[in-house]
Design a protein around this ligand. Structure first.
Ligand SMILES: Cc1cc2nc3c(=O)[nH]c(=O)nc-3n(C[C@H](O)[C@H](O)[C@H](O)COP(=O)(O)OP(=O)(O)OC[C@H]3O[C@@H](n4cnc5c(N)ncnc54)[C@H](O)[C@@H]3O)c2cc1C
Length: 356
């Protein structure tokens, strides 16, 4: 199949931008069949990225198309949607890099040849004034020498990835750099068992005297760069929150007839909240959003996902408590949303700071 970018349209019934119905069905079929194996860490999550790449859906030029894809994948497999988010973010960083060499490498991520790892939690925390970066750099001629520990990063594919991260020098200057997985001094620590997202190749890394040539510096205009990628970062995270809500509420719909009647009001309230958030999300995808709107949609999406999976669990009952049931998987996946950077604490702190 050739890599053409799929068009999206606004669906007034669900207040959201959607991919073509046939493509959505194809995505649902593909990822539903593989999600159990990915969740168990037994299947290769990157095959899904290649499946999407063949359809022009990895690093699509239009943000609404990319968001509709992330949401659609998340409704079947949250781990795959998270991997897609990471891949798209690294493409977004490389597309904006000042170095032509880095911009050229984005095509290797668009076609799924290389994985993209966004180790940018620290950069966002630093840019927002929440917590300073603890990865450091010093200059050696035109090169930078990087040291420190990345506590978490994903898409650490053993056969190759490009990681993008921020670093600070002793004078407080900050840069964003890209590092290939085979760089001398870069060590990926062993993968550990996780509550969910165990198939996302997530771990921590050490950087010890890692040499970054000038051509691998993404930018030295740190704050401007973080601000420029923030809408994509947060709106795609919100998309996978909403995809999880779609799946949980679809499951409620199939079980509600045999459940306690009192759950119907709660179900109706969550559907209405989903409609409202979807409408806001769709508008933000096609505008120049304010920081506050981005924070609110990300916080709202995570909270709604947690409420939706909690209702799903009560409505489905004991069958949802089987460890490998989709309901149990979604409960575990939703627990990730408030601790994914920007964490709920970070976002709430930011909202309070904007208000004062
Ligand atoms: C499976 C998995 C995959 C991940 N993948 C990635 C990835 O690909 N890329 C990436 O960048 N990150 C990734 N992360 C990290 C994630 O985005 C968060 O940064 C991380 O989960 C936060 O946990 P922490 O232990 O670092 O907590 P901390 O950041 O230390 O936070 C713990 C608590 O303290 C609060 N806190 C921290 N600092 C302050 C402060 N200065 N003032 C007030 N409160 C504060 C936080 O809000 C939070 O409530 C991943 C995490 C997991 C679990």
């Amino acid at each position: 199949m050739s890599a053409t970018t799929a068009a999206v349209e606004f669906d007034a019934d669900s207040s959201r931008v959607r991919l073509d119905a046939n493509l959505e069905a194809e995505i649902a079929g593909y990822f539903s069949a593989r999600c159990g194996g990915i969740d168990a860490g037994e299947s290769d999550i990157h095959e899904g990225l290649r499946f999407l790449a063949e359809r022009g859906l990895v690093g699509a030029s239009e943000l609404p198309t990319q968001a509709a894809t992330v949401r659609s994948v998340a409704a079947s497999c949250m781990s795959s949607a998270f991997a897609l988010w990471a891949q798209v973010m690294v493409i977004t960083y490389l597309d904006r890099a000042e170095s032509a060499e880095l911009r050229a490498r984005a095509s290797l991520l668009r076609d799924g040849t290389l994985a993209g790892s966004t180790a940018m939690a620290g950069a966002f925390q630093d840019a927002d004034g929440f917590r300073p970066l603890d990865v450091t750099y010093r200059r050696d001629g035109d090169d930078l020498i990087i040291d420190g520990v990345i506590r978490w990063a994903s898409n650490l594919r053993p056969d190759g990835f490009i990681m993008v991260l921020g670093a600070r020098d002793t004078d407080g200057n900050r840069v964003i750099v890209a590092v290939p997985s085979d760089a001398d001094g870069l060590t990926v620590r062993p993968f550990l068992d996780l509550l969910a997202l165990g198939g996302t190749a997530s771990s921590s890394l050490e950087l010890s005297d890692v040499r970054v040539p000038a051509s691998w510096i993404v930018t030295e205009s740190f704050d401007t760069f973080v601000d420029s990628v923030r809408p994509t970062f947060l709106l795609l995270q919100s998309a996978f929150c909403l995809g999880l809500v779609d799946a949980a509420l679809a499951s409620v719909a199939t079980h509600i007839d045999r459940a306690y009647d009192g759950f119907r009001d709660e179900y109706a309230a969550l559907l209405s909240e989903l409609d409202e958030l979807s409408g806001r999300h769709s508008r933000l995808l096609t505008s120049a959003p304010a920081k506050r709107d981005l924070i609110e949609i990300r916080l709202g999406g995570a909270a709604l996902a947690q409420a939706a999976v909690a209702l799903e669990s009560r409505v489905v009952g004991g069958a949802g408590y089987l460890a490998n049931s989709p309901t149990a998987r979604r409960l575990r996946e939703a627990a990730f949303l408030p601790i994914q950077s920007p964490t709920e604490g970070h976002l709430r702190w930011q909202l309070a700071a904007l208000a004062s």
